[in-house]
Design a protein around this ligand. Structure first.
Ligand code: AHR
Length: 479
């Protein structure tokens, strides 16, 4: 064959491979060590949040005087582990007694947080029923804006004391619920560090009140866990932890991100990781140990639309898999209609892109997080304070010792290039058939699709090409 003929063939092959595989970035080296367990993942990191805001509760979960069962069916598919309610900002003006008893006797109230009238047809009993229907652990945030410690302690009584034990327990029985609700998680107010909040105050005053609220609520039911308001300010957190530390079990962090640029939005989980690590350091410094855990109980993009938002959510879960000892709860804000996972409107009920990310992580991740070393090409993010070096490929891995399953979550942030990953699984000899799912879409601002990719063969060292702007889940039985 002439040199020209050979050249033509090589050129044609190159074109074909570019069309077939897209453009490829540099190889990513990945090491997963089966013996190096970072920690046990608390399933509450896949948690949710519903607020009396816009059409999240009314017009979302609740329609007229009943649940919207189409929405509930979609929620059940997420296996929601924990549900935060009633806010958010709404919690800081909410008086729970308005939402119990015969519906026709409940007062409609003007809510200052969102400047709208709340009919109070969805209250504590409805919330608990909702949690039972979707199989989620309830997490109630008390009113530390216009409410009192006594009101909060009475709410614990209403929810948790057995029939005959107290006035409020008997009120619950009168309202049709003989059995206590057993609400274990209680938030001590919401975002009171900001002037958008009813009850805006400084750290010292908040900590003194939180201590009193928590103390009185735990005197009613010592088994409850309380979650204090934290924020991305070490000074605030230090003060709260020093004063209220012995009385609380969690400190919270909320984070929302917004940026027009794709690469900045998918980098945001690393900004969250930095904030969470800083909070862990503050907990250690202020209390001397790591007993108090973090509840990352509101997180999202301000505009969570399109594939990019799904990749952002995948980045959040990979990041949370890296911090299993520190972060014991995380709640996506919010579940229905408000920056949502599920939309319910006149066109019907349907999932948004991050819904599928929740499904993939919730269904396929195991209880143990493994140490993963990733050597990937990086880019620099500048939108979230300082510079953050962002790996194009971000990977987490989990293990289920009971089923012997290993799951690898590969996020390729690269918008243009497929990325070949050379994966080395240490401490494993053998060969296995793996199932593969891929979440991707044509356009990063457009819709997503989850495809079952068919089985692939895994050996202790194998290569996998993660397509541009995608999440790949690889799951196999290693023993
Ligand atoms: O999720 C919307 C609002 O954002 C919540 O009510 C508040 O806690 C946060 O600032």
């Amino acid at each position: 064959m002439s040199e020209i003929g050979l050249g033509k063939i090589i050129f044609a092959l190159l074109i074909v491979s570019l069309i077939t595989y897209g453009e490829k970035g540099g190889e990513t080296k990945v090491t997963i060590d089966l013996r190096n367990i970072v920690g046990e993942i608390n399933p509450h990191i896949y948690g949710h949040f519903i607020e009396h805001l816009d059409r999240c509760v009314y017009g979302g979960i609740w329609r007229g005087n009943d649940f919207n069962y189409e929405v509930l069916a979609l929620i059940k598919e997420l296996y929601p582990p924990i549900m935060r309610w009633p806010g958010g900002n709404f919690a800081s003006g909410y008086h729970w007694m308005d939402g119990i008893g015969p519906v026709e006797k409940r007062p409609a109230r003007f809510d200052l947080a969102w400047r709208t009238t709340d009919p109070n047809t969805f209250g504590t009993d409805e919330f608990i029923k909702f949690c039972q229907l979707v199989n989620a652990e309830p997490y109630i945030c008390v009113n530390m804006g216009s409410g009192t410690a006594e009101e909060a302690a009475n709410w614990v009584e209403y929810c948790n004391l057995p029939a005959g034990a107290s006035y409020y327990a008997d009120l619950r029985v009168k309202n049709g619920n003989e059995q206590p609700f057993g609400v274990k998680y209680w938030g001590l107010g919401n975002e009171v560090y900001g002037d958008w909040q009813i009850g805006h105050t400084d750290a010292r005053n908040y900590a003194l009140s939180a201590r009193e609220f928590s103390k009185r609520m735990k005197w009613v039911d010592p088994s409850i866990k309380t979650i204090a308001v934290g924020c991305d300010d070490p000074q605030w957190n230090w003060e709260v932890l020093r004063i209220a530390g012995p009385y609380i079990d969690y400190i919270s962090l909320h984070a929302y991100y917004d940026h027009p640029d794709y690469y900045e939005r998918v980098a945001a989980p690393l900004a969250a990781e930095r904030s969470l690590k800083r909070l862990t350091a503050t907990i250690l410094a202020a209390t001397g140990d790591n007993r108090i855990k973090i509840a990352f109980d509101e997180w999202n993009l301000w505009r969570p639309w399109g594939l990019v938002s799904a990749l952002f959510s995948a980045g959040i879960f990979n990041m949370l898999h890296r911090l299993p000892k520190d972060v014991h709860m995380a709640n996506y804000a919010q579940l229905v209609n408000v920056l949502p996972l599920i939309i319910a409107d006149e066109k019907g009920e349907r999932p948004t892109p991050s819904y599928f990310v929740f499904q993939l992580y919730r269904r396929h991740s195991g209880p143990l997080s493994l140490k993963v070393d990733v050597e990937s090409e990086t880019y620099v993010s500048r939108a979230w304070g300082g510079e953050i070096e962002v790996p194009y490929v971000d990977i987490s891995a989990t293990l289920d010792k009971t089923t012997g399953k290993l799951t690898i979550f590969i996020l390729n942030r690269d918008k243009e290039k497929d990325r070949e990953c050379a994966i080395n699984i240490r401490d494993w000899q053998g060969k296995a058939e793996a199932e593969v799912w891929e979440l991707n879409g044509k356009d990063v601002e457009g819709d997503v699709e989850v495809k079952e990719k068919g089985k692939i063969t895994i050996t202790p060292t194998f290569k996998y090409v993660a397509p541009a702007h995608s999440l790949t889940v690889i799951k196999f039985q290693f023993c």
